[in-house]
Design a protein around this ligand. Structure first.
Ligand code: ATP
Length: 515
């Protein structure tokens, strides 16, 4: 970068001097005392500087960011000071990677035995789960050079450019061995090839395959790829000898969440009342990146509130901010719309309470993000298996907002868009992946789905219709509770778990007294 700036500065000086010299030819009164030969020399130098500056820019374009001049000068930065201590949870993955680390640290031991250690590791799983962090930690643990490249950096319009970038990346890795090449979003170059596929992309993938095959055990270079879509990858890439070690990095479980939160609150002043375990319980399904974000957001909120310590109030606000979006200050929601939103959210709250799915923490009609209201739920336990009726109940709760609108106003609104998407997704999974429909106990493959979507849609509709009519009948039977939740929401804008329990219990008691 520095070099480029200096060249540019000289070029600028050259342009100004040349301009003055040229002007002096036409305006003799300027009286510039420079010989004709010197004038020519200055102009020629400016032209050379111009071409040199341009070539510097082109060089940058031909290389991924990691290989640019800027990065080459920062070799120190390429040796991450991140270790496994910074990666919370994921114990089994760290254990699995120990062998790779041992191979890099004691490569002679393996070479002596003629052992070949897998050179390609593929991390797959949802975003933000720590794939990049793990790769950096492997580099940190082995004091290797960490070369980061994103798959999309290799995707180019011009044939051959992507392949050249791959070659340069591997050349540099070999030069600076021991090194870890980390290719994020590898699906951008590694998707399955087919007859109509893009020539440039194929060339890039072919080059990657050649490089993976090309380096031998004398070079301590490990390639780690990461993707959220392993299903899209070309089989050639996953073949033994290439990315043959597949490691799934999923969302953290409760224990891992606790540890991740501990790592990210280590340097933050926390109030003694804060219970990290409780925060971990409230954040089921969130990724490591989202947890890190919550810890950071809580600190920002504390600063905003002029506090010098972070309390559970800031953490709750941070969780809500991440789960439900940014609170809209001074929203311009019409009173009529507010009534509809209150009934809609009350419908969700009431039906969730009756079918007893997840724990409701809060119902609110304060707009956040795109939503005019929301129900904040925390699953009461870590679940991996769901029964068919539990899935149906989830859909029923999702459709309860729309059902409440229909029941109260005999008219439906656009407010249920997000609920409908989520409900349909669950129903589609029930039909296509879990064999929970009259199509039979089988998982449906992509080709069947593509050619028989009408029959699949009918099955999905059967499920959502059933859930919707269940939601409607729960609302009809408990309309008084619905109205009370809605009117409390209109008064207070937000109802917490205890207030909802109180309303629910009050009516239950009244109905038992009446019978
Ligand atoms: P993507 O697939 O979107 O590239 P990723 O899986 O590579 O995401 P990272 O970039 O490694 O995710 O994680 C983002 C941030 O989340 C990290 O910098 C770190 O702050 C935090 N994080 C994620 N997992 C963990 C973990 N297990 N321990 C500590 N921090 C974590």
């Amino acid at each position: 970068m520095q070099k480029k700036k200096i060249v540019f500065l000289f070029f600028l000086i050259g342009v100004i001097s040349s301009a003055l010299l040229i002007l002096s030819i036409f305006i003799p009164s300027m009286n510039v005392d420079v010989s004709f030969g010197d004038k020519l020399l200055i102009i020629a130098l400016t032209v050379i500087l111009f071409y040199y500056y341009r070539s510097l820019n082109e060089d940058r374009q031909l290389m991924p960011s990691i290989l640019s001049i800027e990065s080459l000068n920062q070799k120190e930065r390429d040796k991450p000071d991140i270790s496994f201590k910074d990666v919370a949870g994921l114990e089994e993955i760290k254990e699995e990677l120990q062998e790779t680390i041992d191979f890099i640290n004691n490569s002679f031991k393996y070479k002596k035995m003629g052992a070949k250690i897998p050179k390609g590791i593929l991390f797959h799983g949802p975003p933000g789960t720590g794939k990049t962090l793990l790769a950096k930690a492997v580099a940190g643990e082995t004091n290797s050079t960490f070369l980061y490249a994103s798959g999309s950096e290799f995707v180019e319009k011009y044939v051959g450019v992507g392949a050249k970038r791959v070659r340069t990346l591997f050349e540099r890795a070999k030069k600076e061995a021991p090194s870890i090449i980390f290719i994020d979003e590898i699906d951008a170059i590694g998707t399955r090839r087919n007859a109509e596929s893009n020539n440039e992309k194929d060339q890039t993938l072919n080059q990657l395959l050649v490089e993976l095959d090309g380096f031998n055990t004398n070079e301590t270079v490990i390639v780690i790829g990461a993707t959220n879509r392993m299903d899209l990858l070309d089989e050639a890439l996953l073949r033994p000898g290439r990315f043959d070690r597949h490691i799934y990095v999923g969302n953290p479980n409760i224990k891992a969440r606790e540890k991740i939160l501990e790592v990210h609150t280590k340097n933050k002043p926390l109030d003694k009342s804060i219970n990290i375990k409780e925060i971990a319980q409230k954040t089921t399904g969130l990724s490591g990146a989202e947890l890190a974000n919550i810890a950071n957001e809580a600190a920002i909120i504390a600063v905003r509130n002029k506090k010098n310590i972070i309390t559970s109030i800031e953490f709750d606000a941070a969780i809500e901010r991440i789960l439900a979006g940014l609170e809209v200050k001074s929203p311009s929601v019409l009173l009529k719309e507010k009534n509809i939103v209150a009934i809609h959210e009350a419908g969700h709250g009431l039906v969730s309470k009756v079918v007893n799915t997840d724990l409701i923490q809060k119902i609110s009609i304060v707009p956040r993000g795109h939503a005019l209201g929301y129900v904040l739920k925390f699953p009461d336990e870590e679940r991996y298996l769901f029964t068919e009726s539990e899935l149906l109940h989830r859909i029923t709760c999702l459709l309860a907002g729309r059902a409440a609108e229909e029941f109260k106003f005999k008219e439906i609104t656009t407010g249920a868009k997000d609920d409908l998407n989520k409900a349909t997704d669950i129903a589609r999974e029930m039909v296509c992946s879990y064999g929970m429909s009259s199509l039979g106990t089988l998982a449906l493959d992509d080709i069947y789905i593509r050619y028989n979507y009408d029959s699949i849609r009918l099955e999905i509709k059967k499920i959502t219709d059933k859930a919707y009519s269940e939601a409607l009948s729960i609302i009809e039977e408990n309309s008084e509770i619905l109205y009370e939740i809605a009117s409390t929401l209109l008064k207070k804008e937000t109802i917490d778990k205890n207030e909802l329990d109180d309303i629910y219990k009050k009516y239950l008691k009244e109905s038992t007294l009446a019978t």
